[in-house]
Design a binder for this molecule. Structure first.
Ligand code: CIZ
Ligand code: SF4
Length: 347
């Protein structure tokens, strides 16, 4: 039963003490996040893991790319585990390294040496290494504008992987017209542009988050007509048209801070992952909060981390026969760290 599993998790945590660290992403289920030592977005959790020198085992309650980033940033003394190896990210999977190498070759033919690659942290370690090797950096949704500006101080144009929406929303906020952005389609290996190539400033990889793409213009219109006083806040992984119609858009941290600081009695429709929206509803009973899409939008891979997997993983570590260690091989970790450090220096 759940209460028996909860007891077993508490027992391992008590016996292992500081030797165990459990970072929990905001999108995790309540049954898991109740045990987290810290809650945060992916980058904050990776940094906290790297700074935690007492822990030997870091059991990352989040998805695969986050555990990889924690492994890249931690020392060899800290081992990183993911309670369920199937907890991937459909967005990260939309840019694989072979596709990216092939795209880069074609883009070099079209644009020469004028492109700097940037990748959202929601990407595999191999993509981060590719970007690091070519002089680029990682970005998060909280520092994307600053990092895109930095990239333009280095080169005339950028390739933004793997989320077209975060790339488009960020470049648009910096004043780049939509038709100066082209889309690279990795399936057909072609560039979709409406202007002559020399006018293209931003090349957006055609990837997206399958959770945040569920928030639509129709959802915005429904809220506007049924609840005209309701404010709409969304994550920049949502499509451009949705962000344009919303009252505010920003990172997970920005959404949480905005809701916490909102006046009592105010009404909000939030366009982000379901577990976080539900938690904001529970934690802010003085405000009226709904999901922008009435059919709550879960991240199926985040939800793979559940109480049974957490218990199984923790007990295997305590017994000395650990399951699910995440190891980024050195050759990839070195270049990926270059990309991460170029961002961390400017964070
Ligand atoms: O959509 C996600 O997976 C986010 C917002 C991750 C993160 O950076 O915390
Ligand atoms: Fe990936 Fe989207 Fe899930 Fe985040 S919410 S882990 S970007 S699929």
């Amino acid at each position: 039963s759940d209460s028996e599993l909860e007891e077993r998790v508490r027992d391992v945590k008590r016996r292992m003490g500081d030797r165990l660290y459990l970072p929990g992403h905001h999108y995790q289920k309540d049954e898991v996040i109740q045990f987290a030592n810290d809650r945060g977005d992916s980058l904050k959790l990776a940094q906290l893991s790297a700074d935690n020198h007492k822990a030997e085992a870091i059991v990352f309650c989040g998805v695969h790319f986050m555990a990889e980033t924690a492994d890249i940033l931690t020392k060899d003394t800290q081992h990183v585990y993911l309670p369920d190896m199937r907890a991937g990210c459909s967005m990260a999977d939309m840019a694989d390294i072979e596709q990216t190498e092939a795209a880069w070759k074609q883009l070099q033919d079209l644009f020469g040496e004028t492109i700097l690659p940037l990748t959202y942290v929601n990407s595999t370690a191999a993509i981060k290494a590719f970007v690091g090797k070519h002089g680029g950096a990682t970005v998060t949704s909280s520092n994307a504008e600053r990092m895109v500006q930095w990239a333009f101080s280095k080169k005339e144009r950028i390739l933004f992987l793997p989320d077209q929406h975060l790339g488009r929303n960020t470049a648009f906020n910096l004043g780049i017209p939509l038709d100066e952005m082209a889309v690279w389609d990795p399936i057909h290996q072609e560039l979709i542009a409406t202007r002559p190539l020399e006018e293209i400033k931003v090349i957006l990889w055609k990837g997206h988050c399958s959770v945040h793409e569920n928030f639509t213009v129709a959802n915005v219109h429904e809220v506007r007509s049924s609840s005209p006083d309701m404010k709409i806040i969304v994550h920049p992984e949502c499509r451009r048209e949705v962000v344009a119609l919303a009252d505010d858009a920003g990172s997970t941290n920005h959404i949480i801070k905005t809701i916490e600081a909102a006046p009592k009695g105010s009404s909000w429709a939030i366009g982000t992952e379901m577990n976080l929206v539900n938690r904001l509803i529970q934690e802010n009973p003085d405000k009226h909060i709904v999901s922008l899409n009435k059919n709550m939008c879960p991240c199926l891979t985040m939800n793979r981390i559940d109480l049974p997997h957490l218990t199984w993983c923790l007990e295997s570590i305590e017994k000395g026969t650990p399951h699910n260690r995440i190891i980024v091989e050195d050759s990839i970790a070195t270049d990926a760290k270059l990309a991460l450090n170029r961002m961390l220096q400017r964070a």
